[in-house]
Ligand binder design. Structure first.
Ligand code: UDP
Length: 385
């Protein structure tokens, strides 16, 4: 092997598939590293629960879609654990149970830098690493109302997406020099110039002459997607409907078995989300941070119909206060908003412009540059390897 290649710095990304956002964020940063620095830095992703946690925690990714179906219990758990001391108490009591798994993780993945995109990785991994350790960076993948567990005093740098997330970091004990506002990392495919909308619609077999409403419930097809899809189809006869059931196979099968009064296209988990967003006119979605950030870049006005209590509460005000979208938790509010936007295209255009004002398309590349700088990698390094 080329000697210089064998010395390339290695980054370990800690994530988990609890929702789609953590994986999307890690992948976006890895892609940006590749785009900016070629092969000068290597990386790998480890699912902290699936790959290392002891039972029953290793089942968290598969249990997550069920857990978030109980929003009140979820919200209560979030509130009860969301405090500096409470978070330390929880992670401290879990340590004896996690210790062996964390030590195995660290031993199996030697690296020059760890980037955590999951709040539950930070305390146990930083404790397991001890004093002599690789640089540890946290990239917070929630937008505004970020949980205390994101913020660990021993992190070398904590990257956040908003001023409020920054203020929370300080409140939870981080020093100003430890926190940087950059944005939520989004895949480069979302950040390319918009393609030809007509050509995209033709490729997907979608109608050209109808406004298209894209309905998404995060990576897991969460929230009352079925009821919402039916109300939209019945109340917006001039529109077309694209429904993304994500990894929720049961929901996808149920939707496929229905008869729809308007042209309706049902999908499971799709890779073409950037093009779907470019080809659509309005997004109806749960308030997931990834989906919101992507839609802002696509200039796609959004109606937020549900949110996970706690971590997604602030996402709603973030979008609504700037005019990029509307909060409509009841189906009739969704319909009123849709009908209003379809009748007044100038209002839809104003919301699209607000999206673009809030968009942070450079976040993944900026984060890649920060990581590379800490690893002392420059763009020239790329050419020398
Ligand atoms: N996503 C996707 N294909 C799908 C559904 C979702 O690529 O069929 C992506 C979506 O673009 C976003 C992520 O999954 O990047 C969902 O993240 P978000 O933070 O919105 O919600 P979460 O699933 O984490 O609650």
């Amino acid at each position: 092997m080329n000697k210089s290649l064998s010395k390339r710095p290695h980054i370990l990304f800690l994530f988990s598939d609890t929702g789609g956002g953590h994986r999307s964020a890690a992948e976006a940063i890895i892609e940006a590293l590749q785009l900016e620095y070629g092969d000068a830095i290597t990386s790998e992703m480890v699912d902290i629960f699936l790959d290392y946690a002891p039972p029953p925690l290793n089942r968290l990714p598969s249990l997550y879609p069920t857990m978030v179906k109980l929003p009140h219990a979820w919200g209560l758990g979030y509130r009860l654990s969301n405090g500096d001391r409470r978070a330390s108490l929880i992670t401290g009591s879990a340590w004896p149970y996690l210790r062996r798994s964390i030590r195995r993780l660290i031993a199996n993945h030697p690296c020059d830098m760890i980037v955590s995109v999951h709040p539950l990785a930070n305390a146990p991994v930083l404790r397991g690493l001890g004093q002599v350790r690789p640089t540890y960076i946290t990239v917070v993948t929630d937008l505004v109302t970020t949980h205390a567990l994101w913020y660990h005093r021993r992190t070398d740098l904590c990257i956040v997406a908003s001023e409020e997330a920054y203020q929370r970091a300080i409140r939870f004990g981080l020093k100003p020099g430890q926190v940087q506002i950059v944005g939520l990392p989004v895949a480069d495919r979302f950040c390319q110039p918009p393609g030809d909308r007509q050509a995209l619609r033709e490729r997907f077999g979608w109608p050209q002459n109808r406004p298209l409403i894209l309905l998404v419930g995060g990576g897991e097809g969460m929230g009352p997607l079925e009821k919402t899809a039916q109300s939209i189809a019945q109340s917006c006869p001039t529109a077309g409907l694209i429904v993304i059931a994500g990894r929720n196979q049961e929901l996808k099968s149920r939707l496929e078995a229905m008869t729809w009064p308007v042209p309706t296209f049902i999908y499971g988990f799709v890779r073409e989300m950037p093009d779907f967003m470019r080809a659509a006119d309005i997004l109806v979605t749960k308030a997931g941070p990834g989906t919101i950030s992507e839609a802002l870049i696509a200039g796609l006005p959004m109606i937020l119909y549900s949110r996970l209590p706690g971590q997604e509460d602030g996402n709603v005000s973030y979008v609504v206060s700037e005019g990029a979208g509307i909060w409509a938790p009841r189906p009739e509010q969704i319909i009123t908003t849709l009908q209003n936007w379809l009748k007044h295209p100038e209002q839809l255009s104003a919301a699209a412009a607000a999206c673009q004002r809030l968009a942070q398309p450079q976040a993944a590349r900026k984060i890649a540059c920060i990581l590379a700088e800490k690893l002392r990698i420059t763009r020239e390094t790329q050419h020398n390897t």
